[in-house]
Design a protein around this ligand. Structure first.
Ligand SMILES: [Zn+2]
Ligand SMILES: [Zn+2]
Length: 285
């Protein structure tokens, strides 16, 4: 398993490689623009070239881009809806340019109206965005913690979207351990993790799982609240190892999205997660 993290790309997308190398990550997640603004960043060709050459030099494996938090592919407000599609398209274009393996996105929210009401809009948006995915770049749906009307709180909801699109080759999945736990999947329990992976395979195909977000949770099982905790410091604690050590996950890249000491994932968080993984891999043997 590759362990890496979400890092800042302030000062140019290429600087993300320097940051992940500095903390000893194997793989890296970045925003391709400020996540709280609609306006896309215009990446200089030199920055894109340096990103790719530094990635090779630093031997960074997986690279994923995280879409903007503002995007809501289920929005009934046509202005927000079109802005969301445009912003995600810009993220995909930047991801393709840096040869990222995927764009990870939160589907959005039906704002309480139910997925039925938003379903067609989400499908249409994804159909349009998927067209832009070329080269190594896949679109990866992330499961949600289930807060408010967020779409993707269960594997069944994500599978409905995949089914609705006819299982396009470019559509994959990213599972977040904190969101799973918050939405009621007890990922600290070996049998529950087995059942989860079995269900992923049944509904979507385990081969569609292309990345993991590895975070502990500040809030309890089924709380539907999205609050990441540092490794070993939240409700999952040592139990996060049950998730990490699942045999089906061992070829994946895993990205930390934790606060560290305030400035994001650091070398210490990476050390803790690798040790936790190895303890549980040993236990399973
Ligand atoms: Zn996540
Ligand atoms: Zn989260």
């Amino acid at each position: 398993m590759q362990f890496g993290a979400h890092v800042s790309s302030a000062g140019g997308i290429d600087t993300a490689i320097d940051r992940i190398e500095a903390i000893g990550g194997d793989c890296v997640q970045v925003f391709t623009q400020s996540p709280r603004m609609w306006r896309p960043t215009n990446h200089k060709p030199e920055a894109i070239e340096r990103f790719k050459s530094r990635r090779a030099e630093a031997q960074i494996g997986g690279v994923v881009c995280h879409a903007l938090y503002l995007c809501n592919l289920g929005s009934a407000d046509s202005a927000i809806y079109e802005k969301s599609i445009a912003a995600m398209s810009a993220t995909v274009d930047a991801a393709v340019a840096i040869e990222a393996d995927g764009v990870i996105f939160h589907v959005g929210s039906h704002l309480g109206a139910g997925l039925d009401e938003a379903f067609e809009r989400v499908i249409e948006a994804l159909r349009r965005i998927l067209e832009r995915c070329t080269g190594p770049t896949y679109l990866l749906m992330e499961n949600s913690a289930g807060a408010g009307g967020t779409i993707g709180r269960s594997l069944e909801e994500l599978a409905r979207l995949s089914d609705g699109l006819g299982h396009p080759e470019r559509l994959g999945l990213c599972l977040d351990s904190c969101h799973l736990y918050a939405s009621g999947y007890d990922v600290t329990d070996l049998d529950a993790v087995d059942a989860l992976v079995g269900r992923v395979d049944e509904l979507i195909g385990v081969d569609r799982l292309r990345a993991l977000h590895v975070n502990d949770s500040k809030t309890p099982l089924g709380s539907n609240r999205d609050r990441h905790a540092n490794i070993l410091e939240g409700e999952l604690g040592e139990g996060l190892g049950a998730f990490l050590s699942h045999p089906s996950f061992q070829q994946l890249s895993a990205y930390l999205e934790v606060e560290g000491t305030g400035d994001g994932p650091n070398a210490d968080e990476l050390r803790k997660v690798r040790e936790l993984h190895d303890r549980w891999a040993e236990k399973r043997r």
